[in-house]
Design a protein around this ligand. Sequence first.
Ligand SMILES: Cc1cc2nc3c(=O)[nH]c(=O)nc-3n(C[C@H](O)[C@H](O)[C@H](O)COP(=O)(O)O)c2cc1C
Length: 163
Amino acid sequence: MGDTLIVYGTRRGASEVSAGVIKDILEGEFGLDVDVFNVKQLDKKFSLEPYANVIVGASIALGRWARRAKKFLGKNDFAGKKLAIFISSGFAGEALKEGNEKKYEKAMEDYMTPVVQDFHLDPVSTKGLGGWWKKDVTDSDSYNWNRDDVEAWARTLGKIFVG
Ligand SMILES: Cc1cc2nc3c(=O)[nH]c(=O)nc-3n(C[C@H](O)[C@H](O)[C@H](O)COP(=O)(O)O)c2cc1C
């Protein structure tokens, strides 16, 4: 059983890939022990109790969160845990690619802020990451996931979790 949990909800797979990259950095560079679950795998008996750090990642499509990932944030008590949240969002990814901070902030205001506020969450970090929305991942017009962005955020989290 690890000390750090990543739970993700995905439609196209970007959140799952990002979760794997984050796990590799937290384990390889920060010595953490990370368990990763698709939110669909979790049953009612699942408990956050063993984990000091929890990362929740969710797909955004048509302005909506992957339903179960959002529900996971709403129904669990994260008191005493370091909670971090990421979204996989085409708009956030586009903003990162362009280096457009205003656009990035807008994506976060539209998708991240309402959920953090509605559920009265107090995350140590939130992040918008990119994704892809066609099967053909060689089509750069429909792909803006960037490993470097994911790794950089994972290192930010590593410092927060270990520090
Ligand atoms: C039908 C559809 C609708 C989408 N709508 C949005 C959207 O409203 N805002 C956004 O930022 N990205 C949108 N996207 C891009 C997704 O964020 C992208 O596919 C991302 O990879 C989703 O995460 P996932 O791969 O973990 O499912 C959409 C993608 C699809 C396929």
